[in-house]
Design a protein around this ligand. Structure first.
Ligand code: ZN
Length: 93
Protein backbone atom coordinates (compact mmCIF):
# COMPACT_ATOMS: atom_id res chain seq x y z
CA UNK A 1 0.00 0.00 0.00
CA UNK A 2 1.61 3.23 -1.10
CA UNK A 3 -1.05 5.89 -1.46
CA UNK A 4 -0.31 9.17 -3.19
CA UNK A 5 3.01 9.15 -5.02
CA UNK A 6 5.67 11.65 -5.92
CA UNK A 7 6.33 11.23 -9.66
CA UNK A 8 9.32 13.54 -9.96
CA UNK A 9 11.81 10.69 -9.43
CA UNK A 10 10.19 8.20 -11.83
CA UNK A 11 11.30 9.38 -15.26
CA UNK A 12 11.43 6.32 -17.57
CA UNK A 13 10.39 3.98 -14.76
CA UNK A 14 8.68 0.76 -15.82
CA UNK A 15 7.28 0.13 -12.33
CA UNK A 16 3.54 0.37 -11.72
CA UNK A 17 2.12 2.37 -8.81
CA UNK A 18 1.29 -0.53 -6.52
CA UNK A 19 1.47 -4.23 -7.41
CA UNK A 20 -1.05 -5.02 -4.66
CA UNK A 21 -3.65 -2.44 -5.69
CA UNK A 22 -6.87 -3.52 -7.39
CA UNK A 23 -7.78 -0.14 -8.93
CA UNK A 24 -8.27 0.11 -12.72
CA UNK A 25 -5.14 2.28 -13.06
CA UNK A 26 -2.88 -0.32 -11.43
CA UNK A 27 -4.62 -3.24 -13.12
CA UNK A 28 -3.97 -1.61 -16.51
CA UNK A 29 -0.23 -1.80 -15.70
CA UNK A 30 0.37 1.82 -16.68
CA UNK A 31 3.94 2.61 -15.61
CA UNK A 32 5.11 5.38 -13.31
CA UNK A 33 7.19 6.66 -16.22
CA UNK A 34 4.10 6.96 -18.41
CA UNK A 35 2.15 8.63 -15.60
CA UNK A 36 4.99 11.09 -15.16
CA UNK A 37 5.02 11.81 -18.90
CA UNK A 38 1.25 12.48 -18.85
CA UNK A 39 1.66 14.67 -15.76
CA UNK A 40 4.36 16.76 -17.45
CA UNK A 41 2.56 16.97 -20.82
CA UNK A 42 1.50 20.34 -22.16
CA UNK A 43 -1.35 18.60 -24.01
CA UNK A 44 -4.58 19.17 -22.07
CA UNK A 45 -6.00 15.76 -23.00
CA UNK A 46 -2.89 13.96 -21.72
CA UNK A 47 -2.78 16.10 -18.60
CA UNK A 48 -6.44 15.33 -17.92
CA UNK A 49 -5.71 11.62 -18.43
CA UNK A 50 -3.01 11.84 -15.74
CA UNK A 51 -5.44 13.38 -13.25
CA UNK A 52 -8.07 10.77 -14.08
CA UNK A 53 -5.67 7.83 -13.60
CA UNK A 54 -4.10 9.26 -10.43
CA UNK A 55 -7.50 10.10 -8.93
CA UNK A 56 -8.78 6.58 -9.54
CA UNK A 57 -5.78 5.13 -7.70
CA UNK A 58 -5.88 7.69 -4.87
CA UNK A 59 -9.61 7.18 -4.27
CA UNK A 60 -9.22 3.40 -4.21
CA UNK A 61 -6.33 3.79 -1.75
CA UNK A 62 -8.47 5.87 0.61
CA UNK A 63 -11.46 3.52 0.30
CA UNK A 64 -9.29 0.47 1.01
CA UNK A 65 -7.66 2.22 3.97
CA UNK A 66 -11.09 3.10 5.36
CA UNK A 67 -12.30 -0.48 4.92
CA UNK A 68 -9.24 -1.77 6.78
CA UNK A 69 -9.65 0.81 9.57
CA UNK A 70 -13.31 -0.14 9.94
CA UNK A 71 -12.45 -3.82 10.21
CA UNK A 72 -9.70 -3.05 12.75
CA UNK A 73 -12.23 -1.11 14.86
CA UNK A 74 -14.67 -4.04 14.70
CA UNK A 75 -11.84 -6.41 15.68
CA UNK A 76 -10.66 -4.09 18.49
CA UNK A 77 -7.21 -3.91 16.85
CA UNK A 78 -7.31 -0.32 15.62
CA UNK A 79 -4.32 0.84 17.68
CA UNK A 80 -2.12 -1.90 16.18
CA UNK A 81 -3.52 -1.25 12.70
CA UNK A 82 -2.80 2.47 12.99
CA UNK A 83 0.78 1.96 14.17
CA UNK A 84 1.47 -0.63 11.47
CA UNK A 85 -0.02 1.54 8.73
CA UNK A 86 1.80 4.70 9.77
CA UNK A 87 5.14 2.88 10.08
CA UNK A 88 4.72 1.39 6.59
CA UNK A 89 3.32 4.53 4.99
CA UNK A 90 6.01 6.90 6.21
CA UNK A 91 8.82 4.38 5.64
CA UNK A 92 8.13 4.75 1.91
CA UNK A 93 8.20 8.57 1.95
ZN1 ZN B 1 -4.03 1.56 -7.80
Amino acid sequence: MHGPINLSKYRDSDEIIDEGCDCPTCLSHITLGELRRLWKSQDRTESAKYFELASIHNLRFIIRLTEQARQAILDSTFKEFKESFLNSYYKNK
